[in-house]
Design a protein. Structure first.
Length: 372
């Protein structure tokens, strides 16, 4: 039986060389030369003015929202189908998350956004899900019409575009994650991108305990230690050097899975493209048809028994116990988010995956279906 991990990063570029340079020079903490280089290169890739490296993608959202200084109780429209970091950041900023269901792209249904706007709405959080970007042109049009800020969560869309523009270039603030399963990894790490000098300054201050420039260890407000180390940034620089090749490989992998699993009864595959984007296949998700008598959890268990790693889809925000206990989303239903959460999972999708491993994984998916 072959063992196929759900993700394995590719560290065969300049990663060791740059890490050794950090050790040789003694620059292992924050504020090293690789941090500045990584920030500059990420900003360049996305066509932004400022990059602010932080310790992970979740705190990137925290710092970005707090830097926007939205009023207490402001409503932020966001997807029901996403990771809880998005809702957590909204709540920690003193704001109220307002949910929108997903559509066939698995992203927020932009056609539902305007129906959620009230006099308390101040921002839209657009999240690119699983490799197919959100319709950022439509989101931007709505935001401009209603005078709203945009927080763009591009954690899963490094190297992706929407309407020909890089993901990460659209929001007032845009946030990235560099977790090991991302197209660019630093082990843990994140980045905030923006064009506004004041916003960038606020994010930099918040990530570094809000030291005042004229007197170290003197504070007028409370900040955080959200810093990224020079070691992590060195990995990021090496990873960015391979980004174009990584994107090409991930698209080829996605197409191979489409060929291997296309036409299989009972499986909903990712969309190859929309009118505004081609899928970058950050992960290759599968959604079981209603006719399949087991759910995603049981299907994944059976694949695991055959050596194939999987991960479940996100669980919707309106069904999260911790949020319901706070009095949020009671009685709300988002049918598409509920459906794909229960019926969806993704199969091995890491950059280091071989054709042989993909063929084995796809073969085991078919085998499980045939033996239900």
């Amino acid at each position: 039986m072959m063992k196929v991990a759900v993700n394995e990063p590719d560290l065969r570029g300049n990663e060791k060389k740059y890490l050794a340079e950090c050790v040789d020079t003694g620059w292992i903490s924050s504020e090293g030369p690789f941090e500045e280089r990584f920030e500059h290169e990420m900003a360049r890739v996305c066509g932004r003015k400022h990059g602010i490296a932080v310790s992970n993608g979740s705190v990137a959202l925290d710092a970005a929202l707090q830097a926007l200084a939205l009023p207490e109780g402001a409503e932020v429209i966001m997807p029901a189908f996403t990771i809880i970091s998005c809702a957590s950041a909204v709540l920690r900023a003193g704001c109220v998350p307002v949910l929108v269901d997903c559509d066939r792209t698995w992203n927020m249904d932009v056609g539902q956004i305007e129906s959620k706007i009230t006099s308390d709405t101040r921002a839209i959080m657009a999240v690119h899900i699983y490799g197919l970007s959100s319709d950022m042109q439509a989101v931007t049009r709505i935001a401009q019409k209603h005078g709203l800020r945009i927080i763009e969560d591009a954690a899963e869309a490094i190297g992706q575009k929407s309407h020909g523009r890089p993901c990460g270039s659209w929001g007032d603030v845009s946030c990235f994650s560099f977790y090991p399963n991302k197209h660019v990894t630093t082990g843990e790490g994140g980045m905030i991108l923006c064009d506004d000098d004041n916003l960038a300054g606020r994010c930099r201050s918040l990530r570094n305990l809000c030291f005042v420039p004229e007197q170290r260890f003197f504070h007028r407000e409370l900040g955080y230690n959200f810093r990224m180390s020079n070691l992590q940034a060195a990995l990021g620089v090496a990873q960015l050097e391979k980004l174009d090749a990584t994107v090409r490989k991930k698209r080829r992998m996605g197409e191979k899975y489409q060929e291997l699993l296309g036409g299989v009864t009972g499986l909903e595959l990712p969309l190859r493209k929309t009118e505004y984007a081609e899928n970058i296949y950050w992960v290759f998700g599968l959604v079981l048809g209603d006719e399949i008598p087991i759910d995603a959890r049981e299907f994944s268990r059976r694949l695991g028994d055959a050596g194939v790693g999987t991960r479940p889809f996100f669980w919707p925000m309106h069904e999260q116990p911790v949020l319901l206990e706070k009095g949020l989303f009671r009685g709300e239903r988002y049918s598409e988010s509920e459906r794909i959460a229960r019926r969806g999972f993704y199969i091995p999708s890491g950059v280091a995956l071989t054709d042989e491993q993909m063929e084995y994984a796809a073969g085991q998916v078919k085998s499980v279906l045939e033996n239900i």
